[in-house]
Design a protein. Structure first.
Length: 264
């Protein structure tokens, strides 16, 4: 019984906690957003060889580096507000099989994974191949951050990173790698995944033009915190603009001093 595995259930609880935050923040209208977390390290040998609930389902593109890995993934069409309450009714554990060319559903119910699964897996595959300690891919729709991507001058990674960093010291500290930007692509496509992967070589957080944000990392709470801090910066910026002035922002010197003080 998968629910007897305490470390696994603790991780599932953290996923549910974050799903609740995404809903409360207003970042997860209808079925907006999706989450995948590599939980292989938390499973026993016996659990890793459990009998699957489905036959193998082919993947559009192979993910060789993920062969044998197991992920919790939110379900297609499922709402974050319900993932928060019942993660195993709105998501499932899937195992990657056949050398990375397919997957099957392992537990707890045969819930079909998010439409973004092929792109999440390509990202996990890329990150694992590059030796990064990344368990989590988190995608969500923060209103303020999407708003910024509707204005061409902000669709510049360096400029937007500098703007958001300069609104509050925490942003420079919590998102030290800055943000990547992917020009508009149709949601759920491999074109979107490949464009995102290019950005992931330099950034842990990527903005998708007129769509949303994607964060990768070792820990799901850290991924949420990074997006939340960027959102706070965007709110400070928009509040100042709405009050009729351009915020000064921290100076380059102040930002550099932070990098030195926090060894970023
Ligand atoms: O899962 O957010 O990008 C719904 C989406 C697709
Ligand atoms: Zn989306």
């Amino acid at each position: 019984m998968i629910r007897d595995n305490k470390p696994l259930m603790a991780e599932i609880d953290r996923i549910a906690e974050v799903a609740g935050y995404l809903w409360e923040k207003g970042w997860a209208e209808r079925n907006g957003g999706n989450i995948s977390v590599n939980i292989t390290r938390l499973l026993t040998a016996e659990e890793l060889s459990m009998t699957p609930l489905t036959t193998d389902i082919a993947l559009e593109e192979p993910v060789e580096a993920l062969n044998g890995q197991v992920f919790y993934v939110t379900g297609t069409g499922k709402r974050m507000r319900y993932v928060a309450k019942a993660p195993f009714c709105h998501g499932a554990l899937i195992g990657i099989t056949a050398g990375g060319t397919s997957y099957h559903i392992l537990a707890e119910k045969p819930i079909a994974p998010t439409s973004e699964l092929p792109s999440h897996l390509l990202m996990h595959n890329y990150l694992r191949t590059s030796g990064r300690q990344t368990n989590v891919v988190l995608h969500t729709h923060p209103t303020d951050l999407i708003g910024l991507t509707h204005c061409t001058p902000y669709l510049d990674s360096e400029k937007l990173t500098r703007l958001l960093w300069s609104m509050i010291p925490e942003c420079r500290i919590v998102v030290p790698g800055g943000i990547g930007i992917v020009p508009y692509e149709i949601p759920g496509t491999l074109a979107l995944a490949h464009a995102t992967i290019k950005q992931l070589s330099r950034n842990d957080v990527v903005f998708w033009e007129k769509h949303g944000v994607l964060a990768v990392g070792e820990d799901i709470i850290d991924c949420f915190d990074a997006i939340d801090t960027l959102s706070k910066s965007a709110q400070i910026y928009f509040s100042a603009r709405a009050a009729g002035y351009e915020p000064e922002g921290m100076t380059n010197r102040q930002l550099d001093d932070l990098a030195e003080a926090f060894r970023l």
